[in-house]
Ligand binder design. Structure first.
Ligand SMILES: [Zn+2]
Length: 139
C-alpha cells in the first residue's frame, strides 16, 4: 500500500495541498496570525477557531536529527534521516522532515526542501543539505 497524503484533514490537509503546489506552509490563526504548530483547531493566543495555511520559504537549520535504520514501510527504505528543522521564516516552528540516506549531518546545518511528486496530484517535501561554496555564499 502506497503512502499518500489526505487533503481533507483540517490539521494536515493544507500542508499537503501546499506541498502538491511546491510550497511549504504553516497553519496560522486567521484573527491574530499566531503560528499554530503543531496544527491545532484553535488559537492558544486569542481563542479563535479560524485558521489558514500560509506559505513560508522552505529553508531552515537542523535543530536535531536521528538516522532511521529499521524499515517500517516499503515506501521509506532505510537508512534515512529524520530532521527537526527550525524554519527561517518562523523559527518558533520546528518541523519534522526527511533527508534521504545517512548523510554527514550536523546541528545548525542549513537545509532546503524539494517537493517530490508521489502521485499525480500529491508531493512530499524532502529535505536536502544546502551547499555552501568556498566563499561562504549559500546557493
Ligand atoms: Zn489568534
Amino acid at each position: 500500500m502506497r503512502v499518500v497524503p489526505v487533503f481533507d484533514d483540517i490539521d494536515t490537509g493544507g500542508f499537503f495541498r501546499a506541498a502538491a503546489d511546491g510550497q511549504l506552509a504553516v497553519r496560522r490563526c486567521a484573527s491574530c496570525e499566531t503560528v499554530l504548530h503543531m496544527p491545532v483547531g484553535y488559537c492558544r493566543n486569542c481563542g479563535s477557531f479560524e485558521g489558514h495555511w500560509s506559505p513560508v520559504v522552505p529553508q531552515g537549520r537542523i535543530y536535531s536529527y536521528t538516522v532511521v535504520t529499521h524499515q517500517v514501510h516499503p515506501d521509506f527504505p532505510v537508512p534515512y534521516t529524520v530532521l527537526l528543522i527550525e524554519l527561517d521564516d518562523v523559527p518558533e516552528v520546528r518541523l519534522v522532515g526527511r533527508l534521504e540516506g545517512r548523510q554527514d549531518v550536523r546541528i545548525g546545518q542549513r537545509v532546503v526542501a524539494d517537493f517530490i511528486p508521489i502521485a499525480d496530484d500529491a508531493a512530499f517535501p524532502t529535505w536536502r543539505l544546502q551547499e555552501v561554496d568556498g566563499g561562504g555564499t549559500e546557493r
